[in-house]
Structures are given as C-alpha cells and as structure tokens.
Design a binder for this molecule. Sequence first.
Ligand SMILES: CC(C)(COP(=O)(O)OP(=O)(O)OC[C@H]1O[C@@H](n2cnc3c(N)ncnc32)[C@H](O)[C@@H]1OP(=O)(O)O)[C@@H](O)C(=O)NCCC(=O)NCCS
Length: 345
Amino acid sequence: MQTTLQTEDLNSLARDYFVSWEHLPYRSLYDNYSNAALAYLSQFPEIERGSYSPSGSLFLYTEPDMLVGVRQLFSESSNFGVHCARLEPAVFKHPDPYGICEIEPAARFLRSVISTLEGPDHLSAIADSSDIFTQHVLQTSGFRLADTIAGYHIPLAKLPAFESDPAIRTARPDDVPRLSAIATACFSQCHLNINRFNAEPAFDNDVAGRTYGNWFTRAVLERDADLVLVFDDGNLAGFLTLRLPPERETKYGVSIGRFVLAAVDPEHHGKGIYRRLIKTGLKWMQDRDVRFAEGKMHLSNHGPINVWQSFQARLALTYHTFHWTKNLIAGLNRLEAALATDLGT
Ligand SMILES: CC(C)(COP(=O)(O)OP(=O)(O)OC[C@H]1O[C@@H](n2cnc3c(N)ncnc32)[C@H](O)[C@@H]1OP(=O)(O)O)[C@@H](O)C(=O)NCCC(=O)NCCS
C-alpha cells in the first residue's frame, strides 16, 4: 500500500512538470496536454525519487522548474560492456529571453545530479532541436553532440491501397544469421549509416554494428517486434522491423505505427529493395487501421528520407542526442599531455 501511494505521488509530481513542458514529445498529437503527459509518463512503469541504482526504474531528480530522470540502458550496457544510462526527460523551465544567468543554475543542477550517480560511465540525453536552452545546459555540463534525428509521419489514410509484393515475406528463424550479419555490416560503418553508437569515439564500431545485429535477432527470435519483413527473391537481401501503436498511446486516441529498423545488403543497394520493404510495411499498417506510420532517420540519411517523402511523409519531430562519458575528458587530456611529451613540446 505504501509503495502504491508513493508511486501515485511520484506520477502526479512528474505529470505536473510534463503538462506545462513546452517540449513534451508528441504534445501536438493529443487532444489535451494532460493526456500527452499521461501517455509519456506511462512508458516508465517504475518511478522512484533520486538515488539512481542499476534497475529498470526511472529515478527522478527535481528542483522547482527542473526535473531530470535517469534510468539504466540494459542492452546498451551489456553490448558495450560499459554501464550506460539515459538522462531522460530533461525538463528545464526558464524565462524567455534567457542568458548565461539562467543556463548556469540549470547546468549546476544537472552536474550535481550526475555527480551523485554511482555506476553509469556513459550517459545519453535527448533534446528537441527547438529546445536550445536544454542543449546549452547539456553542453555546459560536459555533454557532446552524438546525432541528429528527423522523424517522419505518413498519414496512412491519404495513401492509395498497395498490392502485396511477391518478393517480401515475414521473417523465419533461419533468416537470422544472414540478416543479422547484414545489420551488423550496415550499422557499424559511418559511410553506410551514421548512428549515435558508431559516432561515439568511446565505442568500438564493430560492437556498434553488432548491437543492431542483436536487435534484429531479438526482433525475430524473441518477438521484440510486431512484424519483421524480409526481402527474398531467391536471395535474402534486406529486412524491416515494425511495431504496432502501443496501448499507452492508443488509449489516449493516438495511433502511431513505428518502422524501427531496416537494412539492405550493401551488394544490393540502389535497386529499390528498401522502397519495396517500406511500401509493404505501409500496406500492413493500413490493413490494421493505423493512423500514422513513423520512421526516424539520421539527418544525413538522404536515401530513406527521400523514400519517406515520396510517400507523403511530413517532418514531425527533430531532435539531438548528446553523450557524456565519464573520464573521457580526463583521458583526452592525458593523451594530449603524452603526445606533447613525445614531441618534446
Ligand atoms: C538505407 C538503405 C536501407 C536503402 O536501401 P536501398 O535498397 O539501397 O534503397 P533503395 O534502392 O530503395 O533507394 C532508396 C532511395 O534512396 C535514394 N538514394 C540512395 N542513396 C542516396 C543518397 N546518397 N542521396 C540521395 N538519395 C539517395 C535512391 O535514389 C532511392 O530513391 P528513389 O527510389 O526515389 O530513386 C540502405 O542503404 C542501408 O541498408 N543502409 C544502412 C542502414 C540504414 O541506413 N538503414 C535505414 C535506417 S533504419
């Protein structure tokens, strides 16, 4: 009983911050801000106050007008062998216009939260591209830009009905070795895909690629996706993973189907395989009365962006991911000092 009451108190505390948070994700899609706040909040089933520990909980740190949540990222931690956590949400209310005098106290609060965290060696944080204040706070606190994502929404009712594609079928367990190898190859190298893992100097590029290979494997073998489509015209050359709208959003009247991960064998790039996978995914979502299809891409990923725009996609969200790495600055300073000694400067 005690725990239930506590959880309710924390939920209402967080809701108060989110309801008036200008950068609350997907805010404009909901009838009212309260529903948007509740849907956002319900993605965190366990909420605790402060004192982060490695667990599934979201730990909230608050000051008047400031709230920061921290939670462990399990699959990232196990893939990279580094304790990774996510700092999300980061809610900073501030006067407008603002200056250094407003940024510095927020950065001081954030640094004080980080200094109490025992465990994480790597933190990621997201800031909407319009949320310049939070971007200043993160950069003043030692975070570095890792990537910029464009999220597109396709209103499915506006599209014509699509035909089935004979070369596209659902994934089978025996597809996993070949397609997870394609995912690993496509996401490890920046020249094929830039992502926040292969863009992070503290992470190994091969491990970055294997992270995506593992996600694909889990999507098929552990059903960590509602559908996995593969392109197979006799040669297994690509895949797309999809998620149906989650109940935490549909119960507030918002229906967004997610196109999560896609990759095509580099030997077969430029032959329209991705476009065909996307078209079949759109048909699958249309058949299930999904309202919007969502695809998120790195801003430099022109091919997928062009494909999505050709299906009447609208730019719906843009955000930056920032990384903070414990001791990275100290490590770089040591490296610089060692090089200076070597060069006799
Ligand atoms: C992105 C990827 C899936 C595209 O696969 P593909 O089968 O080669 O793509 P398609 O042949 O369907 O081409 C898609 C479009 O991109 C265009 N395109 C390709 N490279 C481009 C570039 N550098 N700039 C602009 N447009 C480009 C093509 O012209 C095509 O548009 P069109 O149909 O209007 O002619 C593939 O390159 C890949 O696996 N990349 C690495 C992983 C990745 O980025 N996945 C997507 C994000 S999850």
